[in-house]
Design a protein around this ligand. Structure first.
Ligand SMILES: [Zn+2]
Length: 62
Protein backbone atom coordinates (compact mmCIF):
# COMPACT_ATOMS: atom_id res chain seq x y z
CA UNK A 1 0.00 0.00 0.00
CA UNK A 2 1.33 3.42 -0.90
CA UNK A 3 0.67 6.29 1.43
CA UNK A 4 1.64 9.84 0.56
CA UNK A 5 0.79 12.60 2.97
CA UNK A 6 -0.69 15.65 1.27
CA UNK A 7 1.80 17.95 2.96
CA UNK A 8 4.81 15.84 2.05
CA UNK A 9 7.51 17.23 -0.22
CA UNK A 10 7.19 15.04 -3.28
CA UNK A 11 8.08 17.25 -6.21
CA UNK A 12 11.22 18.99 -7.38
CA UNK A 13 11.83 21.71 -9.94
CA UNK A 14 15.19 21.19 -11.70
CA UNK A 15 15.02 24.67 -13.21
CA UNK A 16 15.32 26.55 -9.92
CA UNK A 17 16.28 23.57 -7.71
CA UNK A 18 13.31 24.01 -5.39
CA UNK A 19 11.24 21.37 -3.64
CA UNK A 20 7.48 21.59 -3.33
CA UNK A 21 4.43 19.81 -2.06
CA UNK A 22 2.08 18.40 -4.66
CA UNK A 23 -0.60 20.98 -3.91
CA UNK A 24 1.93 23.75 -4.60
CA UNK A 25 2.74 22.60 -8.12
CA UNK A 26 -0.64 21.16 -9.14
CA UNK A 27 -2.81 23.51 -11.14
CA UNK A 28 -6.05 23.07 -13.04
CA UNK A 29 -6.19 24.91 -16.33
CA UNK A 30 -9.27 25.22 -18.57
CA UNK A 31 -9.00 23.05 -21.68
CA UNK A 32 -12.00 23.38 -24.01
CA UNK A 33 -11.00 20.26 -25.94
CA UNK A 34 -10.84 18.12 -22.79
CA UNK A 35 -13.90 16.05 -21.78
CA UNK A 36 -13.73 17.49 -18.28
CA UNK A 37 -13.27 21.05 -19.51
CA UNK A 38 -10.07 21.36 -17.54
CA UNK A 39 -6.77 19.62 -17.19
CA UNK A 40 -4.37 19.10 -14.34
CA UNK A 41 -0.82 20.30 -14.87
CA UNK A 42 2.33 20.53 -12.79
CA UNK A 43 3.95 23.95 -12.74
CA UNK A 44 6.61 25.46 -10.53
CA UNK A 45 5.16 28.36 -8.49
CA UNK A 46 8.62 29.90 -8.16
CA UNK A 47 9.95 30.06 -11.72
CA UNK A 48 6.94 28.93 -13.77
CA UNK A 49 8.66 25.89 -15.27
CA UNK A 50 6.52 22.96 -16.37
CA UNK A 51 9.41 20.51 -15.93
CA UNK A 52 8.46 19.21 -12.50
CA UNK A 53 10.10 16.01 -11.36
CA UNK A 54 8.30 13.68 -9.01
CA UNK A 55 10.47 12.35 -6.23
CA UNK A 56 10.17 8.58 -6.18
CA UNK A 57 12.48 7.88 -3.27
CA UNK A 58 10.49 9.85 -0.70
CA UNK A 59 8.55 6.94 0.73
CA UNK A 60 9.35 3.27 0.77
CA UNK A 61 6.56 2.33 3.13
CA UNK A 62 4.50 -0.62 2.07
ZN1 LIG B 1 11.18 26.29 -10.53
Amino acid sequence: MKTILPNQITHWCPSCNSHFQLRQVRHCIPVPTSPDGEEEILRCPACGSYSIEELQEVTHAK
